[in-house]
Write a protein that binds this ligand. Structure first.
Ligand SMILES: O=P(O)(O)OC[C@H]1O[C@H](OP(=O)(O)OP(=O)(O)O)[C@H](O)[C@@H]1O
Ligand SMILES: Nc1ncnc2[nH]cnc12
Length: 174
């Protein structure tokens, strides 16, 4: 069986010159790749005591929901601005390319809940830092943050130094 990193396709200069895009579609469209990705991320939660999984739109949904399902936990969506129908809290942040704003429903986290954050990839860490702050604004405690991939050269972990962070695949560059 192949290693998980062998399922990731890397595309130079997408969506902008200088970015190496780490593509998850090549992982997901292979049954073994999909199993390996979910199982490897889920293993990062061994021994972690938590109440709810929170995933960031859109690739965080793909990995967060099966993990929540497998572990019989609820799944909460962090969405890009303007998509959630009820009362929200929101936060703006900078991306490796461009800027964005994310939101959560005000009633999605109950005060004191222990939260695991899930996303496919950490680049600058801006997205997941903003998500962590929203969880905290709602009274949740972020007990673990997990990724399939980490672009270590962008130093996202330094931004998340107050959190317990783990990833399955580490790329040394950007
Ligand atoms: O660490 P950062 O610099 O914040 O970058 C990482 C984020 O960027 C990508 O999402 P994107 O906003 O492109 O949205 P998508 O998942 O809908 O493609 C990726 O899925 C992470 O959420
Ligand atoms: N290099 C990259 N590859 C895939 N998704 C990303 N999101 C931010 N940077 C990325």
């Amino acid at each position: 069986m192949k290693k998980i990193e062998e399922y990731v396709r890397s595309i130079p200069d997408f969506p902008e010159e200088g970015i190496i895009f780490r593509d998850i579609t090549s992982v997901l469209q292979d049954a073994d790749g999909l199993h390996l990705a979910i199982d490897s991320m889920q293993a990062l939660l061994d021994g972690v005591d938590f109440d709810v999984v929170v995933g960031a739109e859109s690739r965080g949904f793909v990995f967060g929901t099966p993990i929540a399902y497998n572990l019989h936990k609820p799944f909460v969506l962090v969405r890009k601005k303007g998509k959630l129908p009820c009362e929200t809290v929101s936060r703006s942040y900078a991306l490796e390319y461009g800027t964005a704003e994310i939101e959560m429903h005000k009633d999605s986290i109950k005060p004191g809940q222990r939260v695991v954050l899930v996303d496919d990839l950490i680049a600058t860490g801006g997205t997941i830092e903003a998500a962590a702050k929203l969880v905290e604004e709602l009274g949740g405690k972020v007990v673990k943050i997990i990724f399939l991939m980490e672009l270590a050269g962008l130093k996202g972990r330094e931004r998340l130094k107050d959190y317990d962070v783990a990833s399955v695949i580490r790329y040394d560059g950007k």
